[in-house]
Write a protein that binds this ligand. Structure first.
Ligand code: PMV
Length: 289
């Protein structure tokens, strides 16, 4: 029996713009998915197509037990975390000697298959390695980890990443003269933010700018706007949509002493708040209990 866990993620900057080759910055967060795999001769019915994909890719059968701290369909990378943790647990339980890099690559392929080609390697990279990752064109580079404290607000409004990506593509086709400068401006924000990752006050300002630009792209939602404004009024340095938008989650960067107040303000808007910070470990082995 082997138990492994992998973290979720948020986009700090640059979502949607990354689809057009612009830079983006994503960060692993504390909530994790825990997966226990046991070498049994028969396969137990898997709970998700991602888990099925993992056993298929590794060419083994076994039973699996999953325990998640990451709400699914909230834009916090839960499917990538499930995939990365399951592959790692299978790798350990069956002594398959895959490296972390193998796991990251396989997890991306599985996400791509399950999501019918609409996956970016961001979630699987961040979940495997942890920390902060700069996505730039086709490449992914780890940035020095920073002590970033966030309050996440899950709007509980369901959304579809592929639909939101499609929406931006349509708007761009109709109004390239408006959308292209907005994407360039998001790039400007991401590039500036890289140099201020250790300065929360400054970083918060960049988050607010990024949020306004995402709103301009049409990926906002009234409930997300409410949460963002509530977080800022409660003292956050800055707040923005994280991920695809149209529902899903927002993040607020807060002074440490105000995180409970900001979380309370978010919950008062009928949303779920998660107080969290950076995860620097990525996928890891857990003790079996
Ligand atoms: O909501 P999420 O975490 O799946 O993020 C989507 C981010 C996009 O930039 C909109 C799409 C992508 O694949 O990068």
């Amino acid at each position: 029996m082997a138990t492994w866990s992998a973290p979720g993620k948020v986009f700090l900057f640059g979502e949607h713009a990354v689809v057009y080759g612009k830079p983006g910055i994503a960060m692993a967060i504390k909530p994790r998915v825990f997966v226990t795999v046991r070498n049994t001769r028969h396969a137990t019915k898997a709970k998700s197509p991602y888990i099925d994909g993992c056993f298929e890719a590794m060419g083994v059968v076994g039973s699996v037990y999953l325990n998640s701290q990451i709400p699914s369909s909230s834009g916090l990378g839960s499917s990538a975390a499930v995939t990365v943790a399951t592959l790692s647990a299978i790798n350990d339980e069956f002594s398959l000697h895959k490296t972390r890099e193998d796991i990251a690559n396989m997890a991306f392929e599985i996400e791509k298959t399950v999501q019918k080609g609409r996956a970016s390697p961001t979630d699987t990279t961040v979940s495997t390695y942890g920390g902060i990752v700069l996505i730039s064109g086709g490449s992914r580079r780890r940035l020095p980890p920073q002590n970033i404290h966030l309050v996440i607000g899950d709007s509980l409004v369901s959304h579809s990443t592929s639909k939101m990506v499609e929406l931006v593509a349509e708007l761009r086709k109709k109004h390239p003269e408006i959308v292209d400068p907005v994407l360039d401006a998001i790039q400007g924000v991401s590039l500036a933010a890289i140099h201020h990752l250790s300065n929360p006050r400054e970083l918060g300002r960049y988050m607010n700018m990024n949020h306004a630009l995402l709103d301009a792209l049409g990926v906002g939602h009234p409930q997300l706007s409410r949460l963002v404004l509530a977080a800022r009024s409660a003292g956050a340095f800055g707040a923005k949509i994280t991920g695809a938008g149209g529902g899903g989650s927002m993040i607020a960067l807060c002074p440490r002493q105000l995180k409970h107040r900001v979380a309370g303000a978010i919950e008062a808007c009928d949303a779920r708040a998660i107080i969290t910070s950076i995860d620097t470990e990525g996928v890891r082995k857990e003790k079996n209990v």
